[in-house]
Design a protein around this ligand. Structure first.
Ligand code: URA
Length: 175
């Protein structure tokens, strides 16, 4: 929070979520910018975790399990991501996990460029609200959407880049 008052306040986990995030969530949950995705999805996957997290993981898009549950990274790749987070000595609810696309592309096809263009502002606003200290970009699509680079993940893996002043660690997608 940018106001002087907010800066003097201790961070409290019980604090009501920022009205900005509920507004954003409401908008995302009803989004119809991608006609095909809006028609074929079961649930929009906004993201989950701590809205005050210092660390945000960004994946590609919901898969079948995520689409059914409305939660990010709950399928096979998600189980590995959960293990990775726990191996770091943290839990999923201490970080924030989301995707570039909030809706599942049918048959898990890769996100279409126009879908990334449509959905990117939501990711941008999430990151503006959460203001993490570090972002972890999981795989090519996250790297591309955040850094707008054509450099592949193998070249970028393990190195920090920057998104709006926030360090971005690029690494392989757990899938
Ligand atoms: N793969 C992703 O990129 N995101 C998910 O939420 C699940 C699998």
């Amino acid at each position: 929070h940018k106001t002087g008052l907010a800066m003097t306040m201790p961070k409290d986990r019980d604090e009501a979520p920022s009205p900005d995030i509920s507004e954003l969530r409401g908008k995302v949950m009803q989004c119809k910018l991608c006609a095909e995705l809006a028609r074929t999805r079961n649930k929009v996957v906004f993201g989950s975790g701590d809205l005050q997290a210092k660390l945000v993981f960004v994946g590609e898009a919901p898969g079948a399990d995520e689409d059914l549950q409305g939660l990010p990274f709950v399928g096979r790749a998600g189980q590995l991501l959960t293990k990775i987070i726990e191996a770091m000595g943290m839990t999923r609810d201490q970080v924030f996990i989301c995707n570039v696309l909030k809706c599942r592309p049918p048959n898990n096809r890769p996100p279409a460029p126009q879908e990334v263009i449509n959905c990117r502002p939501y990711l941008k606003q999430q990151l503006e609200i959460i203001k993490p200290k570090v972002i972890v970009a999981l795989g090519n699509h996250a790297v591309k959407a955040l850094l707008q680079t054509e450099q592949g993940i193998s070249a970028l893996r393990g190195s920090f880049r920057e998104y709006e002043g926030i360090p971005v660690m690029c690494t392989y997608h757990p899938a």
